[in-house]
Ligand binder design. Sequence first.
Ligand code: SAM
Length: 285
Amino acid sequence: MSIKQALKNTIPTSVFNYIRDVPWVIRDWTTKSPTGCGPIPSLKLMFDGPRDYELFLKQGRETLGFYKNIAGMKPDDAILDIGCGIGRKTIPLLDYLNSNALYVGMDLDRRGIDWLLRNVTSQNQRFVFLQQDIYNKFYNPKGALIPGKLVLPFPDASFDMVVLWSVFTHMFPEDIAHYMSEITRVLKPGGTLAASYFLYDDEILARMQRGETKSNFNHVLKDCRTTNPNIPEDALAVSRDWLQSVQDQVGLQTQQLLMGAWSGHTPPQGLEITNHQDILVAKKR
Ligand SMILES: C[S@@+](CC[C@H](N)C(=O)[O-])C[C@H]1O[C@@H](n2cnc3c(N)ncnc32)[C@H](O)[C@@H]1O
């Protein structure tokens, strides 16, 4: 186990995060952010993924390609991005979505939402952001809302597409199942859910045992596995069969599954960063 993982597993998350951010605050003082590429957050704010301007922009280009060519997003679609973070997958849509479109970004972390409101909504009123105080032991240990009871604050059949990037990978199976049911409710008939997961089956578990996967979900919990037994929401994996049964229950049909690099698969060209996790595209029946 690395020193970083050992610290993560033992000290309170808020203390870990504070220590983790210090070098990045110094980097922000001493580094110039790129210009002419749309709004871009500070390295300190990029705590939810790689803290690197080039990777931020590259992943944005990858995601836009995925939205257009694989998920079938149209310029006038209504999009809901649950767990939008700091907008890694939002910024690339600024030039793509037209004035008939709607983009709603939702997250439990106020820092990202505040930055997006100041830097995106202020320029583009069709991009809307809301923060909800949802409990998550890793991201929001004092959150008041229980994820398994959350009602998405939108009428039925509101969205053409719902996306969740690296969000279900921090949620327990019963909460994912509840979100799936709510997502299906707010999707229009024929609408698309694109989400990333850590998915396992017998073959992947065998690879994991041989040490051939990039993450080791060795700790077995109910219907899932984690890398961190103290804070399981740090990284959670679910089985492909379990996910299929939830999709069947809520009325979603798989369109495409892109297995991720984390378990030894080779992502398609142009999705090298984004397809580290498994990406599943499903349609509402
Ligand atoms: C790894 S980050 C990914 C952020 C963003 N989707 C991206 O790809 O850059 C996970 C995000 O999910 C959010 N999150 C975690 N649990 C959530 C929940 N139950 N509902 C909504 N958002 C959640 C976290 O606050 C965090 O911003």
